[in-house]
Design a protein around this ligand. Structure first.
Ligand code: FAD
Ligand code: N01
Length: 543
């Protein structure tokens, strides 16, 4: 890496013009770096954190782990890597996933190309010179012919905007920005706001340690037992012996998960007894594959109701206090919000030291010196946790103030919701690519499968550019418009549109309601991307 030189005393300028600047050193950015080096490009990765791992670097809250099985939630690009690495659990813990990310960085010698502690906050295209200029919050400047945004879909946290946060005398934490040295809950009264996937994982663990835990719920979420367990050496050996088949099956699966086992029949085409048996089998198997039991759970209200009612009954069976069980039983369609996978989530509400509150009947007014003030009460807490999610899919990109050709701002272009060609590229922003951007399967899939597909597509595209002596590639506005319309149309055929999820940006006040990921599944998406590449990048202007 070229050292930064002082430019007119105030700006630190890296004088090199890199072939590619990648922003983000999570799984997306790390693999992008690896593949671009393989085709001989000079790459610099800029990363805000002090280490690699992205999601797994930041989300260190108690109980954090993946919910796609670890043997599949891992890179497939190197057989040596997948053969040498041993996962401990069916769904491994955050520390182990972070250790894996570090292992990958060391094994493939990635660190020397990554500049840590560098948050990019300005990105602009210099049309004359055909290069991207990136600036960091500390005033450093970097230049690259291409720019790849590997900034993550769930990386920009939904900052708590509750009034009185400054007055609150206790400690408070955000799940997605958890302190590295952990938090000791022993003997503490704790309040947690939110009941999404992060909270569902954290609540059972915190409840075991804290003196008392109060959960503030706005919308009840469906959660399926993860049935997590240590992986036996026999299982690991067996999977490793079949790894190439498993990875091939993952690529052919809608969600990018070989073990997903999609049901092909309508839930309404079988008898009630048969349906119950299938739901029960999947419940016992554990994990989010539950909603794949029948082909129409995601598209038909009546089919969806059968799965939703099964889970509601399980909640009622598990939670002893009727009032609490009813509060925990979700009323929206199952799978509309991201399904959760848990270890003892509902059981935790049977503990004497856990209280569930409904913020719809007693809304949170804000924080006060002692804790959380609702309309009717003041709850005293030593610790408050905000498990309120992310400004998903667009937050990280928009926070970088990206300016494209002729001074156009991504923020303006996306004011009515994100527009992108394939979730990979935006009209007006030449030579820029996004990994798992809005308009791609991304968060509706095993992200590892999607990341690898995007990285390999971008690598091949840049190879094509270099080999052809081309210098600029840009999505055509018409192609982008047509793809964005297609994404919307596909989503409109599903029930995912029917609730206030982060998929539609409803968790962020003022965010335009639009379904952001592509719901058509990985195989059809991959086919489309491959076809575009094979036809000399149809839908792109190349010069
Ligand atoms: P990230 O891991 O988010 O990395 C993005 C990186 O970019 C970060 O390191 C960030 O610091 C950096 N960055 C962002 N903006 C800037 C900037 N302006 N300047 C410099 N650096 C910047 N997906 C699954 O498929 N299965 C799972 O089981 C699963 N579990 C999850 C659990 C949690 C708690 C969360 C939050 C998400 C989970 N996900 C899961 C989604 C997860 O985000 C992806 O699987 C994957 O880790 C994303 O990798 P990434 O590299 O694309 O993005
Ligand atoms: O965030 P969320 P998350 N007052 O947005 C509530 C991945 N992930 O961090 O539903 C009160 O899901 C909000 O309420 P409502 C996964 O993709 C995976 O938990 O908007 N409450 C909701 O209950 C996941 O989907 C894992 O009504 C407020 C919660 O906060 C994504 O990351 C683990 C509020 C936020 O839930 C995000 O999950 C963790 C307010 N003002 C994360 N604002 C795995 O297991 C928000 N809420 C793999």
């Amino acid at each position: 890496m070229t050292s930064l030189k002082s430019d007119s005393g105030s700006t630190l300028k890296d004088t090199s013009v890199y072939d590619v600047i990648v922003v983000g050193a999570g799984f997306g950015g790390m693999y992008m770096l690896h593949e671009l080096r393989k085709i001989g490009l000079n790459v610099l990765v800029l990363e805000e954190a002090t280490g690699v791992g992205g999601t797994w670097y930041w989300n260190r809250y108690p109980g954090a782990r993946c919910d796609v099985e670890s043997m599949e939630y891992s890179y497939s690009f190197s057989d040596e890597l997948q053969q040498e690495w041993n996962w401990s659990y069916r769904f491994s813990t955050q520390p182990e996933i972070l250790e894996y990310a570090n292992h990958v960085a060391d094994r493939f010698d990635l660190r020397k190309h990554i500049k840590f502690k560098t948050r990019v906050n300005s990105v602009s295209y210099e049309s004359g010179e055909k290069k991207w200029l990136l600036r960091s919050t500390s005033g450093e400047e970097f230049q690259g012919r291409y720019c790849v945004m590997a900034t993550g879909t769930l990386s920009s946290v939904n900052e708590p905007k509750f009034s009185g946060l400054d007055e609150y005398k206790g400690d408070w934490y955000i799940t997605g920005r958890w302190p590295h040295d952990g938090v000791d809950f022993s003997g503490k009264t704790v309040g947690i706001i939110g009941t999404g996937s992060s909270a569902v994982q954290a609540i059972p663990v915190i409840a075991k340690q804290a003196k008392h835990l109060t959960v503030f719920q706005r919308t009840a979420n469906y959660s399926i037992p993860a049935k997590n367990r240590p992986l036996s050496s026999f299982e690991i050996k067996d999977i490793k012996s079949r790894y190439s088949d498993i990875r091939r099956e993952a690529k052919a699966n809608r969600a990018g998960i070989a073990s997903m086992e999609p049901g092909l029949n309508s839930a309404l085409s079988v008898s009630e007894a048969e349906r119950y048996e299938e739901y029960q089998r999947r419940w016992e198997e554990g994990g989010t594959g539950f909603t794949a039991a029948y082909s129409d759970i995601g598209t038909d209200d009546d089919a969806n109701f059968t799965a939703a009612e099964f889970v509601r009954d399980k909640i009622r069976e598990t939670v002893i206090k009727t009032e609490t069980a009813e509060l925990l039983a979700p009323t929206n369609t199952i799978g509309c919000k991201r399904l959760c996978a848990d270890t003892d989530y509902y059981e935790t509400y049977n503990r004497n030291n856990v209280t569930l509150l409904d913020v719809n009947t007693d809304p949170i007014k804000g924080l006060v010196e002692e804790g959380v003030q609702t309309e009717n009460n003041v709850f005293k807490f030593d610790i408050v946790i905000f498990a309120i999610g992310f400004d998903a899919m667009t937050g990280a990109l928009l926070s970088m103030n990206i300016t494209g050709k002729e001074g156009i701002q991504l923020r303006d272009i996306w004011s009515d919701g994100p527009q992108s060609y394939l979730g990979l590229s935006m009209a007006g922003f030449p030579n820029m690519f996004t990994i798992t951007g809005p308009g791609s399967p991304s968060v509706l899939s095993n992200m590892m499968t999607s990341i690898e597909q995007h990285v390999e597509w971008i690598r091949d595209c840049l190879h094509y550019m270099e080999m052809g002596g081309y210098t600029e590639i840009e999505a055509k506005a018409l192609a982008e418009e047509s793809w964005t319309g297609h994404v919307e149309e596909i989503a409109g055929n599903t029930l995912r549109y029917t609730c206030n999820s982060w998929y539609v940006g409803a968790n962020i006040p003022g965010k335009k309601r639009i379904f952001m990921p592509y719901a058509g599944g990985i195989p059809s998406y991959r086919e489309k991307c491959d076809q575009i590449a094979a036809s000399d990048y149809e839908g792109f202007d190349i010069s």
